[in-house]
Design a binder for this molecule. Structure first.
Ligand code: 4NP
Length: 177
């Protein structure tokens, strides 16, 4: 039987994307990136994408803590439970462990560069909001200093960006089947 090489391409694409590993990064890993982890996990799972999604923070001040109570609250109001997440510090070897790393804001990318030094891989990093507004370099604002409405605003921004990510890769996956 003659099986041509291009017969394996869709299959390979499927395997790559089915196991995609994505890291969401903010400063404290208690407000924005836990929401991004929970939202993308939820949407990917519902789209049939068995991705591995984690989050981390560049400052490590809250290592071991659960997400901020207001992030937990807005997630729960939207049907997503993030209470079991625990904050951890972003590390240089995250560049080997993950295929794609989304930063919530440009100051987070600066911090990631300081931590990873020569292991920083620009090809894996982007601002999350660039998925929604390519090239605009918009930040997801830090709700940590403000009251509850800020958490709802941040949820809505992250939710839209994650919807876009899943739509992009879900179509690639379908094309690969
Ligand atoms: P996050 O918000 O980066 O969205 O988790 C922050 C939470 C805590 C601090 C900074 C940002 N902090 O400096 O403690």
């Amino acid at each position: 039987m003659c099986v041509r090489w291009f017969a394996f391409v869709p299959c390979t694409l499927y395997l790559i994307f089915a196991h995609m590993k994505i890291l969401m990064v903010c400063l404290g890993n208690i407000c924005r990136s836990p929401l991004a982890e929970g939202i993308l996990q939820h949407k990917a799972w519902n789209a049939g994408l068995r991705w591995s999604i984690e989050s981390a923070g560049t400052n490590g001040y809250h290592t071991g803590e659960p997400p901020h109570k207001l992030s937990q609250k807005v997630a729960k109001l939207n049907g997503i439970d993030i209470c079991k997440q625990r904050s951890r510090k972003f590390a240089a070897d995250d560049f080997e462990k993950f295929d794609k790393i989304y930063a919530m804001s440009s100051d987070v990318i600066d911090e990631m560069k300081m931590i990873a030094r020569n292991r920083f891989d620009a090809s894996k990093v982007d601002l999350l909001m660039n998925e929604l507004y390519p090239g605009k370099n918009m930040d997801v604002p830090d709700p940590w200093y403000g009251p509850e409405p800020g958490y709802h605003d941040v949820y809505a921004m992250i939710d839209k960006a994650c919807e876009k990510i899943v739509a992009k890769y879900a179509s690639t996956k379908l094309a690969g089947q």
